[in-house]
Design a protein around this ligand. Structure first.
Ligand code: AMP
Length: 203
């Protein structure tokens, strides 16, 4: 079986870090829409120019723009043959419906909600602002991003629960503890063992 996974979680839930480790562990493509957009901005591409202000303010990029970027990326060879982990998409119900359509032939087989309370992610994001200086980690942008998560992304949890693909994982604890929990749920749901190690940069 090929893993096609959607990882949901608030900004600062550890989704990016865990997503990268899981992708190495299972040998699948790690597709982060936030990273794709930040790269587009870095290279000053046409997409980058359209999205820069939206991202800096912590707002969401238009559904059809992001859906077409994801559709293109999922059509690439690695995602088709090895499977993938989607991090940061879908983020709204229209995007979830677009994703159902994009993946119609080969549907997503597991959606993981990495659950970390709002107060905890606020503290983590202010630490990340100090360390990385991302404009969208400023207090105003973080407020905005978390509010959008509650309004737009939280309803996806019900969508995927209805589809029967949802698994909720507790995101509190050390990164290693959370990783072990994720692997245990993903392996038991998909039957895929994963042999690629834990994805830590030091190994
Ligand atoms: P992230 O790294 O996932 O937090 O994404 C950073 C920013 O990119 C978000 O705050 C949005 O402005 C934009 N973005 C990323 N993914 C999406 C998406 N699926 N829909 C709309 N905007 C997105």
């Amino acid at each position: 079986m090929t893993i096609r996974l959607v990882l949901l979680g608030r900004q600062g839930s550890g989704k990016g870090t865990q997503g990268a480790r899981l992708a190495v562990h299972y040998g699948i493509a790690h597709i982060s829409t936030g990273e794709m957009l930040r790269n587009a901005i870095k290279h000053d591409s046409p997409v980058g120019r359209v999205v820069k202000d939206v991202i800096d303010q912590g707002r969401l990029v238009a559904d059809d723009l992001i859906a077409s970027l994801v559709k293109g990326r999922l059509g690439e060879a690695d995602a088709r043959t090895k499977g993938y982990l989607l991090d940061g998409f879908p983020r709204t119900l229209p995007q979830a419906h677009a994703m159902d359509e994009i993946a119609r032939a080969r549907p997503v087989n597991i959606v993981v909600d990495l659950e970390v309370p709002r107060e905890v992610v606020m503290a983590r994001l202010s630490a990340r602002l100090a360390a990385e200086g991302r404009a969208d980690d400023s207090p105003a942008a973080v407020e905005q991003r978390l509010a959008l998560y509650e309004q737009q992304t939280a309803p996806l949890i019900a969508h995927y629960r209805r589809q029967g693909t949802l698994a909720v994982v507790d995101g509190l604890g050390t990164p290693d503890e959370v990783f072990a929990r994720l692997v245990s749920v993903i392996t038991s749901t998909t039957g895929v063992q994963g042999a690629g190690g834990d994805g830590k940069a030091s190994r």
